[in-house]
Design a protein around this ligand. Structure first.
Ligand SMILES: CC(C)(COP(=O)(O)OP(=O)(O)OC[C@H]1O[C@@H](n2cnc3c(N)ncnc32)[C@H](O)[C@@H]1OP(=O)(O)O)[C@@H](O)C(=O)NCCC(=O)NCCS
Length: 160
């Protein structure tokens, strides 16, 4: 299991609207279709949203975040990302661990997510947390010209 490096001592706390701009920056660096700061403000402010952030306790820099939306005992992870310079140090694991506890404490019993079939890192993380495949959506992600559109897997995990 990865350990936090000396220089990176993450603190994990609930996500708030004040994190929107930093989340948008980190999201834009992690995905080809980034979401704007305004998108994040709207999503975080919604009463059905649950989120957690990891930040560096020394510099205050955002290291990663996870955002879900849920209702009636079920939730879906909308997005999770860790800063490219902070990956493979256990931050994704710490975020997800905290997030599952957070969701469980609000009465969420089942968690779903979509992941690109070719996203090796994320799939390994989810497998380590006991998510199982419950669906596959072929040609789900848009492809660049000359590329084949990628499939999405739908994963599920019980909480509690
Ligand atoms: C997926 C992501 C959040 C993982 O964050 P992270 O902080 O690097 O992950 P961790 O260091 O906590 O790793 C936890 C486990 O995940 C798996 N994992 C993470 N990165 C991996 C990689 N590059 N290759 C293989 N397995 C990987 C491993 O099982 C790892 O455990 P180990 O280090 O003990 O082997 C990060 O790679 C990321 O932000 N990717 C871009 C955004 C993204 O794809 N999000 C998911 C969308 S569904």
């Amino acid at each position: 299991m990865a350990l936090f490096g000396r220089a990176t001592r993450p603190i994990v706390t609930p996500l708030s609207v004040g994190h929107a701009a930093d989340c948008a920056d980190l999201h834009g660096a992690s995905f080809s279709h980034g979401w704007s700061s305004f998108d994040f403000e709207r999503l975080i402010a919604a009463s059905s949203s649950f989120g957690d952030v990891a930040y560096d306790g020394q510099s205050g820099k955002l290291l990663g975040f996870v955002l879900s939306r849920g209702a009636a005992g079920e939730a879906e992870i909308l997005t999770i990302a860790v800063a490219t310079t902070a990956r493979r140090r256990g931050i994704g694991r710490a975020l997800l661990e905290r997030h599952l506890g957070h969701l469980g404490s609000t009465g969420i019993a089942v968690l779903f997510l979509e992941v690109a079939e070719n996203n090796r890192a994320a799939r390994a993380l989810y497998t380590a947390f006991g998510f199982t495949e419950v669906g596959r959506r072929p040609s789900y992600y848009t492809a660049k010209p000359g590329e084949v559109a990628g499939a999405a897997l739908v994963l599920r995990r019980s909480i509690g």
